[in-house]
Each structure stands twice: as C-alpha cells, then as structure tokens.
Ligand binder design. Structure first.
Ligand SMILES: *[C@@H]1O[C@H](CO)[C@@H](O)[C@H](O)[C@H]1NC(C)=O
Ligand SMILES: *[C@@H]1O[C@H](CO)[C@@H](O)[C@H](O)[C@H]1NC(C)=O
Ligand SMILES: *[C@@H]1O[C@H](CO)[C@@H](O)[C@H](O)[C@H]1NC(C)=O
Ligand SMILES: *[C@@H]1O[C@H](CO)[C@@H](O)[C@H](O)[C@H]1NC(C)=O
Length: 398
C-alpha cells in the first residue's frame, strides 16, 4: 500500500462512531457466493458451543517467572496463586487479593489516590488503544452511550485493510497531532500500540484498556478470523488478501497447534507470526522494536511499567462489575453511571462475538501455558491491580 493511501486512511480519523456503526457494507456478487461457500464449510464449529474452557482455565496452575514488578508487591513465586497455607482464596480473585492485602497489613494504608493515574493527564481526553478480542467493541459502544448521556464526543478510526504491527515515529507523531485537534472532553478508540504523547510535546491523555485471559484471547482470535462473515469482510477491505483453502476454515484449533499447520498456530518466541495482533504485551508496551518480542520478559516488564504508571484503568469483561465500578471511581467525568447504563441494556453490549469450539486438549494446553507464560503473568498483574483499585474504594464492603 502506498504511503499516500495509508495517509488518507489516517486523515479520515474523524469518522465518528455513529457513521461507522451504521455503515452498510455492500456485498458484491462474488462475495455473496463466497459467504455461502464459507458458511457451508464452517458451520460445524458454530454448533460446538462448550463452556469447558472456563473451568479448564480455572484448573490451571500457572507457574510464573520471578518478576520485579507486581501490583501487590509480590515476588514471582507468590503472584501465581494460592498462598502458602492454602487457607485463603486464590490470589488472582477479588477476594484472594483482599485477603492478601489484609494479611500483609497493606489494606489499612490503601489509598485510591496512590492508584489513580487520571490526575496525571494533561488534557480531558481518553486514548483507548483497544486490544483485539477483549470485548473492545462492547466497551466502545458503552463509551458512545455514556458520551451521549454525559456530553462528550467519541471518535474511532476507519478500519484499515492492512497495518504493520508497529507504527513509525512519523506515524506516531501524525496520530498525536490529529488527536490533539479533536479537542477536549472526548474519547478516541483505535487498535493501536501505546504512544508516549509527552515525547511529541503533546499533553498526556487518560489511557485505558481492557484485557482477557491470553489463551482464551488467542482461541477467540483463531475462530474469529475463520468466521465466514468476518473473513469476507476482511477480503472486501483488502482485495489483495489471498483466498484460503477449505482446510484453513475447517481445521480446529487443537489440530492446528499440535500439527503446526500454519504459522498462525505456532507460538514459539522466534516465530515472526507471533508479531501479529494475538498477544497484548505489544499494545501495552508501545511501538519500539523491543515491544514486538513475543512472550518476552523485557516486553512484559515495559508493559507492566506502562500499566502501573500510565494507564488510569485496564479492566476486563471477565470482571464486569469490578471494571465498571473502577472506571466510575477513577474516571468519573467519562464513566459516571457506567454500571447503570450497562445493566439497563446488556444486550446492546454483547456484540461482535463469535461462538466457537473452546475445548483444549491437554498437550495443547501445556504448550500454550508455557508459550504464553509471560503474557499470562502480565494478565494476572493487570487483574491484581484492577482488584486493588477496586478494594481501595470499596474496602468497607468486604
Ligand atoms: C515519555 O517521553 C518522555 C519525553 O521523552 C520521557 O521523559 C518519558 O520517560 C517517557 N515515558 C515513558 C513511560 O516511556
Ligand atoms: C453485577 O451487578 C449486577 C447489577 O448490579 C448484579 O445483578 C450482578 O449480580 C452482579 N454480578 C456479580 C458477579 O456480582
Ligand atoms: C441499544 O442501542 C441502540 C443502537 O445503538 C439504541 O438506539 C438503543 O437506544 C439502545 N438501547 C437502549 C435500551 O439504550
Ligand atoms: C455472544 O452474544 C450473545 C448475544 O448477542 C450472547 O447471548 C452470548 O452470551 C455472547 N457470548 C459470549 C461468550 O459472551
């Protein structure tokens, strides 16, 4: 794609949520046939709903690497799970985190002000560099409804047919300048990596994001990309995208990983395909080369540092109520009544999700647990921080 074409996509950034949401994509004839064909070859997995993954993930005893950064001041040996006596809850739950803070004497001095990065922002503007397959469209819709209610503007970019995994410094600068022009009391949403606005002498925004268990995220991404409608849409955005074989659509995740059918299913650190959008340390780390390393301790540490020092809130739909409460408490100008609005029409916020087979075979699960060890550590760090922020505000309710 030429630089100019790429640029013009960026320039259309003011395209607002409304226009985007209701835009009808005309389906050319070929695409209709294509969809029908794909639908036939893919339907089988649409019937394979199972709730096994959740319980399987709960069973996992994830062994994490030692790490300096920790939301709870824990060493790597402790971050992973049950406390020594095993009497208390798993530490990676709201109550487990509460118990831990209480038993270590941290609870008493827990102060929301120390966990609040919102006052560090130099403008009244949220930059939500949303992660793929974490329910970001649902969050974007919620933000839109809150904007209509509270009187702030919401913007998102036009989807690009193709993008590199990192932006050049020049592109970063363009983005920062354009976001500055959008004005105050507004939210901008894009699949992008963390950007240091200060580096471009631009006022620092309020950063937010959402996460999800890394293994669930990768399974979700796998089937999402193979969903007939989603695939057809991406073909229409990018006509140069190669058509795929029936095998591509029919292979289930376990087989793809076990047989290393395609580079998309190989999660070794050296595999360049790990550079795509299936992991989240990249988004939270930034656009430098070091951030492209998959499951790397260094990338993870930078991401943790950014989360701790820069992000106002990184939430998760796995903890809907905690996330909404933390957003309300720490970013009230944008999220007042988020819980109320969300529960007044939940059906409006469960969108863009594709039903898929969630079964994980034991060998595949083992492979993924080790391949994603640092990603999982980062994820747990984020969850512990979220719980800690919640507890700081609601400690008397436990
Ligand atoms: C952002 O950039 C500024 C200015 O270059 C620098 O001082 C600061 O350390 C950077 N922040 C992060 C988190 O990298
Ligand atoms: C979350 O909040 C809603 C609305 O207040 C409530 O009905 C629901 O039980 C809560 N869920 C959990 C898991 O606490
Ligand atoms: C659900 O979303 C639609 C379109 O976004 C909106 O018109 C409608 O008011 C929403 N429903 C509720 C109950 O807010
Ligand atoms: C997907 O969305 C539908 C409603 O559109 C909802 O019933 C279902 O629970 C959602 N699935 C997940 C996994 O959230």
């Amino acid at each position: 794609m030429s630089l100019n074409a790429e640029r013009s996509y960026k320039m259309k950034l003011r395209d607002v949520e409304n226009a985007f949401k209701y835009r009808r994509i005309p389906y050319p004839k070929r695409s209709v046939e294509l969809i029908a064909l794909l639908a036939i070859s893919c339907t089988f997995f649409l019937f394979m709903h199972t709730n096994k993954l959740n319980s399987r993930l709960k069973e996992m005893e994830v062994k994490l690497q030692p790490s300096e950064f920790s939301a709870l001041g824990l060493t790597g040996n402790h971050i992973s799970g049950h406390d020594a006596g095993g009497k208390h809850d798993d530490i990676n739950t709201l109550h487990g985190t509460f118990q831990y803070l209480k038993s270590t004497g941290q609870l008493e001095n827990l102060d929301p002000a120390h966990l609040n990065n919102t006052p560090k922002a130099e403008r009244d503007f949220i930059f939500y560099n949303r992660l793929e397959k974490t329910g970001s469209q649902s969050m974007t819709r919620l933000i839109k409804q809150l904007g209509d209610r509270l009187g702030f503007d919401t913007y998102r970019n036009i989807a690009r047919p193709w993008r590199s995994i990192t932006e050049s410094e020049e592109d970063e600068k363009d983005l920062v300048e354009q976001l500055f022009e959008l004005g105050e009391h507004a939210v901008y949403v894009e699949h992008a990596n963390w950007v240091n606005f200060t580096q471009y002498d631009s006022p620092r925004p309020i950063y937010i994001n959402m996460v999800r268990h890394p293994i669930q995220k990768v399974i979700s991404a796998y089937y999402y990309q193979r969903h007939p409608l989603i695939f057809a849409q991406s073909l229409m955005r990018n006509p140069n995208k190669p058509m795929q074989t029936k095998k591509f659509f029919d292979t289930n995740f376990n087989d793809c990983v076990r047989k290393r059918v395609s580079p998309h299913c190989v999660f070794d650190a050296h595999n360049p395909f790990n550079g795509d959008w299936r992991r989240f340390s990249l988004h939270l780390c930034g656009n430098s080369e070091i951030c492209t390393h998959f499951n790397s301790e260094t990338t993870t540490q930078i991401a943790k540092m950014n989360v701790e020092r820069e992000y106002a809130v990184v939430g998760s739909w796995e903890d809907t109520n905690v996330t909404l409460a933390v957003l309300e408490a720490y970013i009230p100008r944008f999220f007042t009544d988020a819980t109320k609005v969300y529960y007044s029409n939940t059906e409006n916020f469960t969108i863009n999700n594709v039903s898929h087979d969630t079964h994980l075979d034991k060998d595949v699960e083992e492979y993924l647990k080790s391949s994603f060890a640092f990603e999982i550590e980062l994820y747990m760090f984020i969850k512990q921080r979220l719980y800690k922020q919640y507890i700081a505000v609601h400690k008397n309710e436990f």
